[in-house]
Write a protein that binds this ligand. Structure first.
Ligand code: UN1
Length: 497
């Protein structure tokens, strides 16, 4: 079967990259399965896309928001019809199991419906003026052309978190999907086009970060940048954007802790730990990568977690019996190997896993065994740095205060979880855990799209995706004053009246 060639989408046309280069999108579970050939774009392609987006913005910004929203609503319906097809495509290019890729498409559907509702809200404020016969209000204005750089772990959900609020707010977009998972962005944008999105409103440029991502960030025509990825790349994106005073939303790493108290429902906490640590093969920024165990239950929990990890069926995500798919690529496997070596050198005790799975059915993919490290100390690198693989660290603590201190003792602050039946502890956790998200009796993954998503410290730079936070990023406030007194009134000047 010949490999399908995908082109960039610029101004409604499918065009090859001016670089003349392409790259292959390969199934991480099966190196013989080539998903497609995509354009390896450069700065000229980005420039053409930004110009097309700027042209389209002239009319899109004037399209009434409820009309823009109707397109999103129809997109949600189309995605619902195509959910199975798009989930299969996603498993082929990204590896995670079908039940999860269906969930990823569902997250895009949820975002479509939520943001479609915003078309008839996008609330601003009216407020009294300090002067007579004067009217004051603030309204949300679109920003203009928005640049988006998306990661590979949620190949449809995260592009939808960026595109849909941007669109309903009246912006046009240039998006660069991750080079590992571009097809899901094509599918998402195909749904938008079939729902009636005008040409040029969304433009896709595929390629690698330094060639195709960096020019999006630095292009003077791009008014705002939204990036999800590593803190390392995020820092460069943020610095470039800052040099041009460009609003920039950064969603980056996590080292998310689940605290299990001695009064917790252990069965529930175990289910949460397995799902949080090994769901998406640990490749979520929200993944449970540290499990903090009260010393009274640590031994039993460790034994049971190891048994559960060993029982997980690892394989090709297209097989409905498989519970954990591959890692995205060989580089991520190398990172997992590296951190397992570091952990062992630091004195952590490998309980299970710790190596790639290579024989038999695994030889054509990037598989890594579900891995559990015990006797981890809070300052070890394995407890501080993001692995982004199926590797979880167990850390013991003596009391609630110590658990909170350990949970907070990292550079990141995305998600946290507390398992306890003590309501007082639950409320203290909600208040004291330094993170953008805190779960009580649920794992660190599973955020819903209508709540703010993002984190503190080195996880983000203060913006939020999802919820109304996204509207704040994709609009800019304009304050409007209308004076109907027919005379000059001077604000802040004492007129003696
Ligand atoms: C991510 O890992 O980058 O909360 C996003 C969750 C998902 C989104 C994760 N809804 O785990």
């Amino acid at each position: 079967m010949s490999t399908k060639l995908y082109k960039n989408l610029i101004g409604g046309e499918w065009v090859t990259a001016r670089t003349g280069k392409t790259f292959l999108n390969v199934n991480p579970a099966d190196s013989e399965d080539v998903v497609g050939e995509f354009q390896s774009s450069g700065a000229d392609d980005v420039d053409a896309a930004v110009k097309a987006a700027a042209e389209a913005w002239k009319t899109w910004r004037l399209t009434p928001a409820p009309k823009r929203a109707e397109i999103l609503y129809r997109t949600g319906e189309i995605l619902t019809e195509r959910k199975e097809e798009y989930a299969r495509d996603m498993t082929r290019e990204m590896g995670k199991v079908l039940s999860e890729t269906r969930g990823d498409v569902q997250e895009a559907i949820d975002t479509a419906y939520y943001m479609a509702g915003e078309g008839r809200r996008l609330f601003g404020q009216t407020t009294p003026s300090e002067l007579k016969n004067k009217f004051a209000m603030s309204v949300r204005m679109p920003v203009g052309v928005c640049g988006m750089i998306a990661p590979w772990n949620f190949p449809m959900a995260i592009p939808s978190w960026k595109l849909f609020p941007a669109l309903v707010c009246g912006n046009t977009c240039v998006i660069k999907p991750a080079e590992d998972t571009p097809l899901s962005t094509f599918n998402l944008v195909q749904a938008l086009m079939d729902a009636g999105l005008p040409e040029g409103v969304v433009n896709i440029v595929t390629g690698y970060g330094p060639d195709a991502g960096a020019p999006i960030v630095s292009h003077p025509g791009v008014r705002a940048v939204s990036f999800t990825g590593s803190s390392e790349v995020g820092r460069m994106v943020g610095q470039t954007a800052a040099a041009n005073f460009k609003p920039c939303s950064l969603e980056m790493g996590g080292k998310n802790a689940m605290i299990v108290m001695d009064d917790a429902n252990l069965d529930l906490a175990l289910d949460g730990a397995v799902w949080g640590a090994f769901g998406t093969t640990g490749q979520r920024c929200t993944a449970t990568s540290r499990i903090l165990l009260h010393k009274k239950i640590a031994a039993e929990f460790t034994k049971r977690l190891v048994a559960r990890a060993d029982a997980l069926k690892v394989g090709n995500g297209l097989d409905e019996h498989v519970q954990m798919g591959p890692q995205i690529n060989q580089q991520q496997i190398e990172t997992s190997i590296k951190y397992c070596e570091i952990a062992k050198k630091e004195g952590a005790k490998l309980q299970t896993g710790g190596a790639p799975l290579e024989d038999g059915v695994y030889d054509k993919g990037h598989f890594f065994a579900p891995t559990v490290f015990g006797q981890v100390k809070p300052a070890m690198r394995i407890a501080q740095e993001e692995v982004f693989g199926p590797v979880v660290s167990l850390i013991e603590f003596a009391d609630f205060d110590e658990a909170v201190e350990i949970a907070n003792g990292i550079q990141y602050g995305l998600s946290t979880a507390l398992y306890s039946r003590d309501v007082n502890q639950a409320f203290r956790a909600m208040r004291d855990l330094e993170a953008g998200i805190t779960y009580v009796n649920a794992p660190t993954i599973g955020a819903e799209v209508h709540l703010p998503f993002g984190g503190v410290k080195q996880t983000g730079n203060g913006h939020r995706e999802g919820g109304t936070g996204a509207l704040d990023f994709y609009t800019t406030w304009k304050s409007v004053y209308v004076d109907y007194s027919d005379k000059l009134q001077r604000a802040q000047i004492d007129t003696g009246e």
